[in-house]
Design a protein around this ligand. Structure first.
Ligand SMILES: Nc1nc2c(ncn2[C@@H]2O[C@H](COP(=O)(O)OP(=O)(O)OP(=O)(O)O)[C@@H](O)[C@H]2O)c(=O)[nH]1
Ligand SMILES: [Mg+2]
Ligand SMILES: [Zn+2]
Length: 298
């Protein structure tokens, strides 16, 4: 029977068979196990074939080719890891306060989505907090030239929850963002009954403790799938391939063709159209600064 992998924890593969309401726990067929050890992991969102033995136990026999892969940071030259499969949009969640907005982290998550060929939406959560509106507005201004929609949300006032629900409906989305910004809380608000675990943001560090520990796929009331992920703290240490990086900034792409030199890295080259756009205020200087920092391996 065909189904979708929801999560895998410690060698147990939780599969929602097509048409079923409740998932089953399965193990892997020996051959697949070899492949998993070889580095090809099964991840949330994978489409699988599972069979039931006479004793009732389920085994995953086959994994289908993926239509998309969300890649996580290849850390310091290591191979990029696949975090989720067959997703069709990335939702990058930031909180305007508690933890404080990290614009560079937002840029990094957006770049990860771009390099995974996923369209992205940005969520500015916790706008109920005093001063939150101002921070949300600055984030919107920063991203104005990128084309990414920014949705303001609050699980306290309910602002933006219907809009977010609308964007998630009927699609398979992956929720990304730093720990403690409210990813699981938002999903609970969008789809009451999910009851994902949420956690207090630690006062001392303003975040950093992971309440969600592994990527898992959940179904939403009204249709749609979402992969809830733990905050990828290691995205901060991501060194993307500098040659690919400009592709990860949509507002650069339309200008890159006008640079004087082909293969322009948009750093110190003369006649760079991207830098000219930054100087003209058409491309946000903060976004450009993120680009420069991300392209430099430390
Ligand atoms: N004031 C306010 N607090 C919120 C809002 N959304 C979430 N929170 C709180 O923020 C804390 C962290 O929320 P989580 O949903 O666990 O955050 P997360 O992004 O899933 O965190 P990880 O699973 O660790 O990656 C909880 O105490 C939530 O109650 C919001 O809109 N406003
Ligand atoms: Mg969570
Ligand atoms: Zn250039």
């Amino acid at each position: 029977m065909k189904g979708t992998l929801l999560a895998s924890v410690g060698g147990v593969y939780r599969v929602l068979l097509d048409g079923a309401d409740l998932p089953v726990d399965a193990s892997l067929r020996g051959r697949l196990k070899q492949e998993v050890r070889g580095g090809e992991r099964l991840v949330a969102g994978d489409r699988v074939d599972a069979v039931q033995a006479e004793d009732g136990g389920w085994t995953v026999e086959h994994v289908e080719a993926r239509s998309s892969e969300l890649l996580r940071a290849g850390l310091r030259g290591r191979k990029a890891k696949v975090v989720a499969a067959n997703v069709d949009q990335a939702v990058v969640v930031a909180s305007v306060l508690r933890p404080d907005l990290s614009e560079e982290l937002v840029d990094r998550f957006l770049a990860l989505a771009e390099l995974s060929d996923l369209p992205a939406v940005v969520v500015a959560n916790k706008v109920d907090l005093p001063g939150g509106e101002v921070v949300a507005r600055s984030l919107e201004a920063r991203l104005a030239a990128t084309g990414y929609p920014v949705v303001r949300t609050s699980i306290v006032t309910g602002e933006g929850i219907p809009g977010l629900a609308e964007r998630l409906r009927g699609r398979t989305s992956v929720i990304m963002g730093p720990s403690g910004v409210g990813k699981s809380s938002l999903l609970n608000a969008v789809s009451p009954g999910l009851e994902l675990r949420t956690g207090e943001v630690s006062q001392r560090r303003g975040g950093g403790r992971h309440t969600t520990v592994s990527a898992r796929l959940v179904t939403l009331v009204g249709g749609g799938w979402v992969v809830d992920t733990p905050g990828f703290s290691d995205v901060t240490a991501w060194d993307p391939d500098p040659a690919e990086l400009a592709r990860a900034f949509p507002e650069f792409r339309s200008r890159a063709g006008e640079c004087r030199f082909r293969g322009c890295r948009h750093l110190h080259e003369p006649g760079c159209a991207v830098k000219a756009a930054v100087d003209a205020g058409e491309v946000d200087a903060g976004r450009y600064a993120s680009y420069c920092r991300m392209g430099v391996a430390e």
